[in-house]
Structure formats: structure tokens, C-alpha cells
Design a protein around this ligand. Structure first.
Ligand SMILES: Cc1ncc(C[n+]2csc(CCOP(=O)(O)OP(=O)(O)O)c2C)c(N)n1
Ligand SMILES: [Mg+2]
Length: 897
């Protein structure tokens, strides 16, 4: 076979005009064959590669060849025998198949439309079972375990195994997709939020698993190189759908894995040739396409195309005709072969060439149909995994050829198989027979679960295998912690104010981060993450302080080496400078923010980025982070539609706070002053790591410089809950309440002066650090009141805080009006929201704020206008104020401009 393979490879090279003699080619081939026959394929490979080098040196244009023939990468003569009990493992796998199918089937019988999937797992079963029985190491004692990213739609199979292992009760399994019945149930897919002692990684949103797996493997090395955890042989396994590779997230970071030489990373692509609607590449070959992409990206590629049944046919194939036919067929045809059966395979596949047809003349149609694919052959899978484990030159991908809906009879390899949820009675009994499930016919028709007794050979074997590999998987555990958060005293510098110097909240935050990095207790746990935006945020000093993580160290002398703040890269550098990839940075944030559970080290990530390119760009990854019970700080820099001057429409963010408000465990803040950030960060670290609450933070950072005041006394609670009175009216009882957030608080303060000085209207100014926290509190209180009508009504914090403060509330923000509008149910018609709805513009802050009607003048006239409508101020005087303050009442609405 090896010879045919190589011949084919050579013949595929474009014919050169100079080679006019077939004889000459034959001579070369013969010589080559002799070497391979005598010294093996490795020697053949070396020879070829030396020849290619020589050709290149001599200026011969050698074509780049990223594809190998459509056969297994591991030749049969290099395989080792299977170490397990094949028969027993097959029995176990059959039982898992049955229970996985039965669990989905039953739910849909009793509750039509509840959904579930059986065909993904049916194609993945062997790939997972060989792993469970021989490769996946669990975490136990001081032994670190492997990380496994399961294909989300294969969850029934993973549950079915845990059921046989005795880890999930029958009741739980019977409540698959029925989580809200007052009894333990099972979530549809891998969700640590819903099953926190089981799942580690949410994967079901296509593309998120593979991307996170790459950065997980990289973060493991980061922790090792920084001495936070000892180096370990553990692996990150990512099971990925072939259709899933369509997602840019799946393929976008492949070169990071090879650049970082992540030999702790193994991808297994389940190439069942189908996605949801139909074939992945009906007109081509997904395995070859992926082979070229992964190899081009520098991965070690193992093609696992054909099962052992084909070996004897290959052995008989002296002319290479079988391989030729395999190369000719496209995936749409391969799918049809499995969907249509043996007679069709004989006619359409083998029948194309008489020689090929003759090769299978002694085989029945049934035998032809059963000719297995690599991903369904434990021997081949074992060898591929072993090879992957032994590879120490970067990441490995195994491209495993499988059949979607394997074993599902008429649903096998059909386009509609992904959506298959219920089997007909005959299909159930056929399934029972095919996989020899020892249950009565009626039980089969009912889709009853089946678990053999604890002392059966199957259960004994599978438990023994898992014991040897360290325990059950998946299994998530959060260790006890004696983490002590730094107190607010540690943030003294941030709380003291800037003594009149103009600084931005971004600068204030960077100083705070520098202090945290120096902290003897938690400094080393801090993980600063930046996507090529460090300079924008003034982080050069941090780069100098703790260095950028570079697994190879710094192999060059940086041009700015003589400067104080040079570009410092180090093997144990602390900063993750991710380059221009918010998705990759978010994946790092996810690895770091879940390290408290996955690595048992409470890493505290701060991911600082351009706020516009956060939630709206990678919102689904943030959602998965929350599902993962991730902790840490998302710092939205260059925030605000008008504070970021000059950049215009694509950059100016006025809505990330709307988006962040949708994530249940995300706590969003929009601080105006550095001391507010200090209070939020200190309390955040305490709550997440000391109190072990599953929450994380989104904090906006602005780049406008102004004097940062010293923290007034007694404002901490207000900062954290969302609002506090910052500057009361200088004279008289305030008749208007001005709310301001972030940089726009300064406009509210200026408006307070205009109102007092020019119109004799006293106003209080409040800093609103979080409308979202105020809303959540109010909703919770309201719900309690609704559920307890006989008890004394409670009051939301926003109303308690405003006690005695009357008049309209004019809320101005650099974000959309929807942000303050979150409080409208409680402020009723008192609320006037001023915000930045609409597309941004390139201009300076003064003009931007006038355009969006959130400058001090616009705030002042909004207050007067509202007072006039309430009959508390003269209408004509209010109208005149527009002219006096230069606010154009007839200009276009910025929301539609
Ligand atoms: C981001 C995203 N888009 C769409 C879907 C819906 N979806 C679920 S499974 C699936 C097809 C999966 O095909 P493949 O990756 O080949 O997995 P297989 O089931 O074939 O193993 C799709 C489109 C999803 N889960 N996530
Ligand atoms: Mg698929």
C-alpha cells in the first residue's frame, strides 16, 4: 500500500515537458520502490524530502503539496495491536448507543418537539469510547487531568456513559431536556451553568469549542512557563464537527497552535461528511480540504479514512485502481453509498472498473455495506490517538471518516438524519438486534433504558478502565479556597484623586493594574489581556513591568531596547498580548477566568479592549464564558460615543452597556472617577474569588482627561449598587435631579452650574455607576412584592436613594437612551433620558456632544423644558434658553442622522 501511495503522490505532480521518457520515470520509481521495500516508508519519506530540498536548491519549481492520497496516514504495517478487550468494549459501546438513542426517543414520544440528537453521537461513539477506555486522563489527587471539548450535539452519548457508570440516575436520564420538573434533569447540551459538577466547557455554539480549546492549550503552557502550575503531560482534546469547521472561529486561530508548538492539543474532526441540512462538501472532500488547511497551518495531520475491512482490499490492489476510485469519488457519493447500501456500492463504486468489481466478487452486498470507515474502527482510532499522543512537534488533528446516523437503519447517512429524534417501532427493534441489546421486544419498542447489573462484565470493565485512567469524565470540581481579597487600603492611590491633574479613567485603571501586579499576594494571579491595543490604553509601563508572555522568550533585540519602556517579551511574561483578535483574547479570558476550577488556581484576568469591538463582535463567546461560570474583568476602553473623538461611526461605542446588560452573570458599570473603579474592582475581586460568587464584570473606561476627585466619605455602597449623590445643589432645595455617568458626569456638573447661575434652578448631581445594577435590584424587589402581596412592600434601591429628592430626573449618558431607560418603570414620568442613539461621527468631543444633545447646554435646556411642561418653569423662558445656550431646537434628530 505504501508504494501505491507514493506512486500516486509522484504521479500527481504535473508532468514536465522535459520528462519525455516513460522509461526514465519507471527507473526512478523502481529505485524508489526498492528503497521503501527494503528500508521502510520512513526512509522513503526522508529520501523524497531530501530530493525535494535538492530540487529547490537547484531552482526547480517544486509544487507545494498539502494533500496526501485519500488513505490512512498510518500504514497498516505501522499499527500496533489494540490493547483493550475489543468484544467487551463493543458491548459497552452498543449499550451506550442504545441508551443515548432511547433517552432522546423517549423524551420526544412523551413530549413531542422537545428535541435532541442521536445522529451526531452515533457517528462519534467509537472516537469517544476509545478515548474513554484508553486515553482520557481524569484529574485526581495531584494528577492533572485532560480537558475534553465534546461536540455539543453528542451529549446524549456522554450522559448515557455516565448513566452506565452509575454517576447519573435513571430519573435524571429520563429527565433529559426536562430540567424544570422539580426533579433532577439533564440539560440539552454541555452547560457548566446547569450541571456544574459535570460539564467543563460549553461547546454547542459551533466554533466556540475549537477556538477555546486552542487558547486553553496555550493558557496551560502560559501557566507552566510562569511557574504557576508544574509542567504536565495533560492534553486538550477537542471533538469538532466537520460542518463546524465552516465557522471562522473554528479555523481562525490554527496558526497560533502551531506557532506556539502546542503538542498538548489534539483536535479530532468527526468527518461524517454531513452537517444539518446536507453534505458538508457534497462536490468535494472535506477531509482533504481540512488536511490542506491544517497542514498549511503547520499542524500534524493524521487522516483516518478507512477501517480495517479495507486493508485486505488494499493488499489485493496491485495497480492502485482502488485508490484511484477513492480519489475520484466526492463526499456526496460517499454519503450515498452509506445511505443506499451494498448493492448500490457494488454497482456505483466498484462497478466503475471491471478490475475493481472483480476484487469484491466474493463479497456479499451486506459485507460491502459493512466495509467500515476509519472513525468506526477501534484499532485504527487507537493507533491514531497513540500517534497523536506521541507527537511532540506541535498540535495534531485527526480527520476521522465516520457515518452520520451510524446504526440508525433507514436514517443512516440521510440528509435529514441530524433532525432524527424518534424511531419507528421496527427501527427500534432492528437497533436492538443489530447491537444485541438484551431487552424484551416490548421494552425495545418503549425505548426503555438498559443498564446491566453492577457486577456484569461490561460495568466492571468500564469502571476498571476509568479507575486506571484516574476517574470519571467529564467531572468538574471547584476546590475550596482561602483566597483573601486585598482591602480597599491597597487602592489608596486610586482613591486619593489626581490632585487637580487631568487624567482619564483609563490611565487611572492602568495605574491600579500596576499596583495590583505588584501585590505580593495576588500580583502573580493577575492576567492582563490586550488585543494589540496596549498603547491606546497607555499600558507601555505594564509591558515593561511584567513583560509580554512569549513562549520562546525574546529571540531578537527590540529596536527600542535602550528606552525605558521597551517592548519586553519573556518566557514567563505575564501579559497576554494577543494581537488583533478579540475572539482569541476572549478565549484567553475564558481560559484564565475558569482557571479557578480547571487548574485550581484563581487567576484574575483583566481583558482591556476597544469597547466597540467587544460584546457586539464576540457576544456569543461572552455568553459561553458566563455559562462556564467564568470570572474576571472585561474593561471596555475608549468607551462612549462622544468621548472617543475623531474615530467616527465604526469605532464610537454607545451600546456595549445595552448588550452587556443581557448577560445574567455580567455586572456592568459605567464609572466617572477612578475611585469608583477602585471600589468596583476591589469588591469584585472579593465577591468572585473570596466569596466564590459566579459573576464577572464589564467596566467602561474613557480616554478624556479631567481632575479625579478624592473619594468622598460613605459612597462605597452607592457606587456598588449603582447611584450616589455626588454634588448637591449649592443653594436651595433641588427641583431637578441630574444623573450623569462616565465622562458625561462632567457635563451634568456643568449643567448644574448653568441652571443655578443663569436660571436660578437648583439641581442635585448624581453619579450613576450602573443603571443595570439598579434595574436588577428593582426587578428583584418588584418580583418579591408581586409574590408576597400580604406583606409590607419593599422599596428598590433607586427609590430609597432618591428619597426626598424631587422633580424631574434628567439622565445623561454617553450610551444609548435605553441605558437610563432601564429605570423608567420606577421613575415613571420623572425620567428624561439623554443619550447617544444613532451612528457616530468624526469630530471633537464638543461637537459630538452638541450633535447628540448630551452636552451641558443640552442637559440644562432639557431640565428647563421638562420643568416648564410640569408647570414649574415659564415655558417661554425655557424656549428662550435654547437660543441663549446655543442649542438648535430644529436640527435633525441624531438618532436617525
Ligand atoms: C453558531 C451555531 N450555528 C448554528 C447551529 C445549529 N446547528 C446545530 S448542529 C449543526 C450542524 C452540525 O454539523 P457538524 O458540525 O458536521 O456536526 P455533526 O452533527 O455532523 O457531527 C448546526 C448548523 C449551532 N449550534 N451553532
Ligand atoms: Mg458533520
Amino acid at each position: 500500500m505504501a508504494t501505491a501511495e507514493i506512486q500516486n503522490r509522484i504521479l500527481e505532480f504535473p508532468a514536465s515537458a522535459e520528462i519525455d521518457s516513460e522509461e526514465e520515470v519507471a527507473e526512478w520509481l523502481e529505485a524508489f520502490d526498492q528503497v521503501v521495500d527494503a528500508e521502510g516508508s520512513q526512509r522513503g519519506r526522508e529520501l523524497l524530502s531530501a530530493l525535494i530540498d535538492r530540487a529547490r536548491e537547484s531552482g526547480v519549481n517544486v509544487p507545494v503539496q498539502l494533500n496526501t492520497p485519500y488513505v490512512n496516514t498510518i500504514p497498516v504495517e505501522e499499527e500496533v495491536p489494540y490493547p483493550g478487550d475489543r468484544l467487551l468494549e463493543r458491548r459497552i459501546k452498543s449499550l451506550i448507543r442504545w441508551n443515548a438513542m432511547a433517552m432522546v426517543h423517549r423524551q420526544n414520544k412523551k413530549d413531542p418537539g422537545i428535541g435532541g440528537h442521536i445522529s451526531t453521537y452515533s457517528s462519534l461513539a467509537t472516537l469517544l469510547e476509545v478515548g474513554f477506555n484508553h486515553f482520557f486522563h481524569a484529574h485526581y489527587g495531584d494528577q492533572p487531568g485532560d480537558f475534553i471539548y465534546f461536540q455539543g450535539h453528542a451529549s446524549p452519548g456522554v450522559y448515557a456513559r455516565a448513566y452506565l457508570e452509575g454517576r447519573l440516575s435513571e430519573e435524571q436520564v429520563l429527565n433529559f431536556r426536562h430540567e424544570l420538573r422539580g426533579a433532577p434533569g439533564l440539560p440539552s447540551y454541555p452547560h457548566p451553568w446547569l450541571l456544574p459538577d459535570f460539564w467543563h466547557f460549553p461547546t454547542v455554539s459551533m466554533g466556540i469549542g475549537p477556538l477555546n480549546a486552542i487558547y486553553q492549550a496555550r493558557f496551560m503552557r502560559y501557566l507552566e512557563n510562569r511557574g504557576i502550575i508544574p509542567p504536565t503531560p495533560r492534553k486538550v482534546w477537542a471533538f469538532v464537527g466537520d460542518g463546524e469547521t465552516d465557522e471562522p472561529e473554528s479555523m481562525g486561530s490554527l496558526t497560533l497552535a502551531s506557532r506556539e508548538e502546542l503538542d498538548n492539543l489534539i483536535f479530532v474532526v468527526n468527518c461524517n461528511l454531513q452537517r444539518l441540512d446536507g453534505p458538508v462538501r457534497g462536490n468535494g472532500k472535506i477531509i482533504n480540504e481540512l488536511e490542506a488547511a491544517f497542514r498549511g497551518a503547520g499542524w500534524n495531520v493524521i487522516k483516518l479514512v478507512w477501517g480495517s475491512d479495507w486493508d485486505k482490499l488494499f493488499a489485493r490492489d496491485k495497480s492502485g485502481i482502488l485508490l484511484k476510485r477513492m480519489e475520484e469519488c466526492v463526499d456526496g457519493e460517499y454519503q450515498s453509498y452509506k445511505a443506499k447500501g451494498g448493492e448500490y456500492i457494488r454497482r456505483e463504486f466498484f462497478g466503475k472498473y471491471p478490475e475493481l468489481l472483480a476484487m469484491v466478487s466474493n463479497m456479499s452486498d451486506d459485507e460491502l455495506h459493512r466495509l467500515n470507515r476509519g472513525g468506526h474502527d477501534p484499532q485504527k482510532v487507537y493507533n491514531a490517538y497513540k500517534r497523536a499522543m506521541e507527537n511532540h512537534q506541535g498540535p495534531t488533528v485527526i480527520l476521522a471518516h465516520t457515518v452520520k446516523g451510524y446504526g440508525l437503519g433507514s436514517a443512516e447517512a440521510r440528509n435529514a438524519t441530524h433532525q432524527e429524534k424518534k424511531l419507528a417501532d421496527e427501527a427500534l427493534t432492528a437497533f436492538r438486534s443489530r447491537f444485541a441489546i438484551p431487552i424484551p421486544e416490548q421494552a425495545a419498542r418503549d425505548g426503555s433504558l438498559y443498564r446491566p447489573p453492577d457486577n456484569s462484565p461490561e460495568i466492571t470493565y468500564m469502571l476498571q478502565r476509568r479507575k486506571e485512567l484516574g476517574g470519571f469524565m467529564p467531572h468538574r470540581e471547584v476546590p475550596a479556597s482561602n483566597f483573601e481579597a486585598p482591602t480597599l487600603d491597597h487602592f489608596a492611590e486610586s482613591i486619593a484623586g489626581s490632585k487637580g491633574r487631568g487624567v482619564s479613567t483609563t490611565m487611572g485603571f492602568v495605574s491600579m493594574l500596576r499596583q495590583l501586579l505588584k501585590d505580593p499576594k495576588i500580583g502573580k494571579l493577575i492576567v492582563p489581556i490586550i488585543p494589540d491595543e496596549g498603547r491606546t490604553f497607555g499600558m507601555e509601563s505594564i509591558i515593561r513591568q511584567v513583560g509580554i508572555y512569549a513562549s520562546q522568550g525574546q529571540l531578537y533585540k527590540p529596536h527600542d531596547q535602550d528606552m525605558l519602556l521597551y517592548y519586553r517579551e519573556e518566557k514567563n511574561g505575564q501579559i497576554l498580548e494577543e494581537g488583533i483578535t478579540e475572539a482569541g483574547s476572549m478565549a484567553s479570558f475564558t481560559a484564565a477566568g475558569t482557571a479557578y476550577a480547571n487548574y485550581k488556581v484563581p487567576m484574575v484576568p483583566f481583558f482591556t479592549y476597544y469597547s466597540m469591538f467587544g460584546f457586539q463582535r464576540i457576544g456569543d463567546m461572552v455568553w459561553a464564558f458566563a455559562d462556564s461560570r467564568g470570572k474576571g474583568f472585561l474593561m471596555g476602553g475608549t468607551a462612549g460615543r462622544t468621548t472617543l473623538a475623531g474615530e467616527g461611526l465604526q469605532h464610537q461605542d454607545g451600546h456595549s452597556l445595552v448588550l452587556s446588560s443581557t448577560v445574567p452573570t455580567c455586572h456592568s458599570y459605567d464609572p466617572a472617577y477612578v475611585y469608583e473603579i477602585a471600589v468596583i474592582v476591589q469588591d469584585g475581586i472579593r465577591r468572585m474569588y473570596q466569596e466564590r460568587e459566579d459573576r464577572f464584570y464589564y467596566i467602561t473606561l474613557y480616554n478624556e482627561d479631567y481632575a479625579m476627585p478624592e473619594m468622598p466619605k460613605g459612597v462605597e455602597e452607592g457606587i456598588l449598587r449603582g447611584v450616589y449623590k455626588y454634588r448637591p445643589a449649592a443653594k436651595g432645595e433641588a427641583v431637578v435631579q441630574l444623573f450623569g455617568s462616565g465622562s458625561i458626569l462632567n457635563e451634568a456638573l456643568r449643567a448644574q452650574e448653568i441652571l443655578a447661575d443663569k436660571y436660578g434652578v437648583p439641581a442635585n448631581v448624581w453619579s450613576v455607576t450602573s443603571y443595570n445594577e439598579l434595574r436588577r435590584d428593582a426587578l428583584a424587589v418588584e418580583r418579591w412584592n408581586r409574590l408576597h402581596p400580604s406583606e409590607a412592600e419593599k422599596r428598590p434601591y433607586i427609590l430609597t436613594a432618591l428619597d426626598g429628592a424631587d422633580g424631574p430626573v434628567v439622565a445623561s449618558t454617553d450610551f444609548m437612551k435605553a441605558v437610563p431607560d432601564q429605570l423608567s418603570p420606577w421613575l415613571l414620568n420623572r425620567l428624561v433620558s439623554l443619550g447617544t442613539d444613532g451612528f457616530g461621527r468624526s469630530d471633537n468631543r464638543q461637537h459630538l456632544r452638541r450633535h447628540f444633545e448630551i452636552n451641558a447646554e443640552s442637559i440644562a435646556v432639557a431640565a428647563l423644558s421638562r420643568l416648564a411642561r410640569d408647570g414649574k418653569f415659564d415655558g417661554q423662558r425655557a424656549q428662550n434658553a435654547f437660543k441663549e445656550l446655543g442649542v438648535d431646537a430644529e436640527k435633525i434628530d441624531p438618532a436617525i442622522a
